[in-house]
Write a protein that binds this ligand. Structure first.
Ligand code: GDP
Length: 535
């Protein structure tokens, strides 16, 4: 009894202090730079170095095969954990550039909140929009950091409008920039009613001193001079009158995003952001599994696999399955049931993946991510639990593929290996596999979020299954799952280029060339409902 009480207490403490989040941004907005600065505050200097080292390994797709050979597919996302003022922080890395793939999306399913990083001069960009929508779908809180304030940025009111128009979320600036035309002076902190001056130049790790007061404090006039002082007073007045009120509940429900202006590179506003963020962002919350809501403080252990990384170590050709812990305490060597299986498996080589280094994990808590050695038994969305029968994780949809190809084996004698390889890679989540209705044999349609996934597919089929692929790219761009229809999909009125297929769960999917064909399908078929994600 005593031990149980201790465990409950420790669970409570550990859950409360955990923050697990992902940074969503468009390439070059400054994610690497911001991550490094955050790690520095956690005292993880070595790690900060390794983030940069990883970043330095930018490569063209043509170089990628060599890298895959040397290091495995380690270009996919990993996690960084560090401590700061009593908090235990897990940052999930979301790969961008040509590494952008379904893994990038799936990582967001493991996060409890997101930091949306925006280049102040560029505003809301394409990749940010895609990632934002996944966060929105999940209803997680989103915190915005507008970066590169040391340079000229767009008008901050315009940026707020853009966020609302493009992303459909209201915003609340926590601070307000002074001098946005390349003449940055600092920010006015609306909560503390103080000005945080930008001294610039030192690219420092130092926090800039603040002078307390209210916005129309004459001290500020002296400090800022004109036209900055009057402009600031006007802006703040406008925000107070016309802007949204701050409301934490709205933030937590994902309807309002707090905005922080700063500059990651010059380290301006990063620590104040971190502190506010940690206070507002939620600790690991409940997760809905089949029939059950899993509360993090439950003693029963639950977690789900959100990503599988193949052969990180070329000598062993092993795979690592990434597990997000949802409830209970994880200890090394513990035995759990795998999804609906009857046999317990022992988790004997848990690892924490920090940048390129691996460390053995002795124990871990809800919100944490651990890497499990995978001899080929796990698949994306699997539940690991001490409970039997286990409730299953249901929150792992298939994400909208944007590239499609028809694939078949070059050598028809290799049919068996081909099928095995395709099924395995589909289970792993490397690609989405569809079978076109009325077309049998060894031809499949594969969909991917990023083009790199096709290279991975070809390479892995050749090297792991000894199958040379014939790949014919299709002009199609959109997959839409058929949610409701009382008709056989073959009887639908569709444009001639629209393909009717089934996913691996035999759900019907329509694959379209363009938006026009989607609109056609909706218009000509009353009551049809299409979704861009499965499940
Ligand atoms: P990522 O692609 O999002 O990881 O972006 P990086 O962190 O690599 O940054 C992209 C570029 O923007 C680099 O040249 C950075 O030095 C630069 N950068 C990042 N933060 C700032 C900033 O606050 N101000 C300025 N002027 N440049 C920045």
């Amino acid at each position: 009894m005593h031990l149980m009480a201790d465990l409950k207490k420790e669970l409570h403490e550990q859950v409360k202090r955990r923050r697990t989040f992902a940074i969503i941004s468009h390439p070059d907005a400054g994610k690497t730079t911001l991550t490094e600065k955050l790690l520095l505050y956690g005292g993880a200097i070595n790690l900060a170095g390794s983030v940069k080292a990883r970043k330095a390994k930018k490569y063209a797709v043509s170089d990628w095969m060599e890298i895959e050979k040397q290091r495995g597919i380690s270009v996919t996302s990993s996690v960084m954990q560090f401590e700061y003022k009593g908090y235990c922080i897990n940052i999930l890395d979301t790969p961008g550039h040509q590494d952008f793939s379904e893994d990038t999306y799936r990582t967001l399913v493991a996060a409890d909140s997101a930091v949306m990083l925006i280049d102040g001069a560029k505003g809301v960009e394409a990749q940010t929009i895609k990632l934002f929508h996944v966060c929105k779908m999940r209803g997680i809180p989103i915190f915005t950091f507008i970066n590169k304030l040391d340079r000229a940025i767009k008008n901050p009111f315009d940026l707020m409008q853009e966020i609302e128009d493009v992303l459909g979320i209201r915003s609340y600036p926590m601070n307000w920039p002074i001098g946005t035309d390349g003449d940055f002076k600092g920010v006015y902190n609306r909560k503390l009613k103080q000005i945080e001056l930008f001294t610039g130049g030192n690219h420092g790790q130092t926090i800039v001193e603040s002078k307390a007061g209210s916005v129309d404090d004459p001290v500020f006039r002296e400090l800022l001079g004109e036209p900055y002082y009057s402009r600031l007073v006007e802006d703040i007045e406008l925000l107070n009158i016309a802007g949204d009120d701050f409301n934490l509940k709205e933030v937590l429900e994902g309807n309002l995003t707090p905005i922080f202006f700063g500059s990651a590179m010059t380290n301006f506003g990063v620590e104040p952001f971190l502190e506010e963020f940690l206070e507002m962002a939620p600790p690991p919350g409940e997760r809905v599994f089949t029939d059950t809501v899993i509360e993090p403080e439950m003693e029963e252990f639950y977690g789900f696999i959100f990503k599988i990384q193949a052969n990180m170590n070329p000598n062993h050709r092993d795979r690592v399955a990434f597990l997000r812990i949802c409830s209970g305490k994880f200890t090394k060597g513990m035995e759990v049931y795998l999804s609906n299986g009857n046999k317990k498996i022992r988790l004997s080589q848990p690892q924490q993946i920090m940048a390129q280094e691996r460390e053995i994990v002795e124990e871990a808590w809800p919100g944490d991510i651990i890497g499990l050695y995978d001899p080929g038994i796990f698949k994306i969305g699997d539940t690991l639990s001490t409970a039997k029968p286990s409730a299953l994780f249901t929150g792992m949809p298939m994400f909208p593929a944007e590239h499609f190809a028809r694939i078949s084996p070059k050598d028809t004698m290799k049919r068996k290996q081909f099928l095995k390889g395709i099924m395995q890679l589909s289970e792993e989540g490397t690609i989405q596999v569809f079978r076109q209705v009325d077309i049998g044999g060894e031809e499949f349609i594969v969909g991917a979020v990023g083009m790199l996934q096709f290279d991975v597919l070809e390479h892995r089929l050749l090297h792991e299954y000894n199958v040379e692929l014939k790949v014919v790219m299709l002009p199609h761009k959109f997959a839409r799952w058929l949610v409701t229809t009382d008709k056989d999909p073959r009887d639908l009125n569709l444009t001639s280029s629209t393909l009717i297929a089934q996913d691996k769960n035999e759900q019907y999917v329509l694959i379209f060339e363009n938006q026009w064909s989607i609109d056609w399908a909706k218009e000509k078929n009353k009551g049809i409902e299409l979704s861009d994600v499965s499940g």
